[in-house]
Design a protein around this ligand. Structure first.
Ligand SMILES: Cc1cc2nc3c(=O)[nH]c(=O)nc-3n(C[C@H](O)[C@H](O)[C@H](O)COP(=O)(O)O)c2cc1C
Length: 201
């Protein structure tokens, strides 16, 4: 099968991409609206962009149905701040509850039962249940495409990183204690328990 993107339905391209680029880590992104309403949503188009300075990036897409902005993107445009929380197995189902397409006035901390924790350097709350929480200041938004299912790359500089003491030794995080989950296609997730080593040449 060979795909010619210029003639393909964008939804099919989306399905192929989320099936091919796997597993994807999940950023549970907390933000505040201009009016101060907390927002929480997961994003798996997510990775590290730089360690010096520490910069992470994730990509909210414009909604497939009507091309509108996700609340997270609008909030970050307005406030220039957010928190990325890493998702562990134990609160995966609560993370999933935050992914509903709720109107901007809905506080997904209340919908999901996840616990808001005040941040040190930014207004957005951290997720208390998360073992790694990264407080970020917006560095740049790259609008890759403004079409429905097009993405904006949000780059955030980490200004505070909180790691649960019990999961870290000498700056190394124990993956069993973090128990991060990843997203595959559709409703499928992966655990990070099945690992092996390969020495680099
Ligand atoms: C595990 C998971 C990963 C997701 N990753 C993305 C993503 O990378 N980009 C995106 O636009 N939506 C993604 N979504 C969907 C958003 O979370 C969903 O549209 C959410 O309602 C957006 O919330 P907001 O409007 O409050 O920002 C994901 C959903 C789940 C469950």
């Amino acid at each position: 099968m060979t795909i010619y993107p210029e003639t393909e339905n964008p939804l099919n391209l989306y399905k192929l991409l989320i099936g091919a680029v796997v597993p994807r880590p999940i950023a549970l992104v907390s933000s505040l609206s201009a009016d101060g309403i907390p927002n929480l949503a997961p994003f798996s188009f997510f990775t590290v962009a730089s360690a010096n300075p520490p910069v992470i990036c994730f990509a909210p897409m414009f909604r497939g149905a009507d091309g509108s902005s996700k609340d997270t993107l609008q909030n970050i445009r307005d406030t220039k701040e957010f928190v990325v929380n890493i998702v562990s197995e134990d609160f995966g189902p609560r993370m999933n509850l935050t992914a509903g397409e709720y109107p901007p006035q809905v506080n997904e901390f209340e919908v999901s039962g996840l616990t808001p924790l005040a941040s040190e350097a930014v207004g957005a709350f951290r997720v208390a249940e998360s073992r790694v929480q990264m407080e970020c200041r917006l560095k740049e938004i790259v609008e890759v495409s403004s079409l429905p299912l097009g993405g904006s790359l949000v780059l955030g500089e980490i200004v505070r990183m909180h790691i649960a003491d019990e999961i870290v030794t000498d700056y190394r995080i124990d993956p069993d204690k973090l128990a991060a989950i990843g997203r595959m296609g559709g409703p499928t997730y992966s655990r990070t328990r099945d690992r092996y080593e390969m020495e680099r040449p």
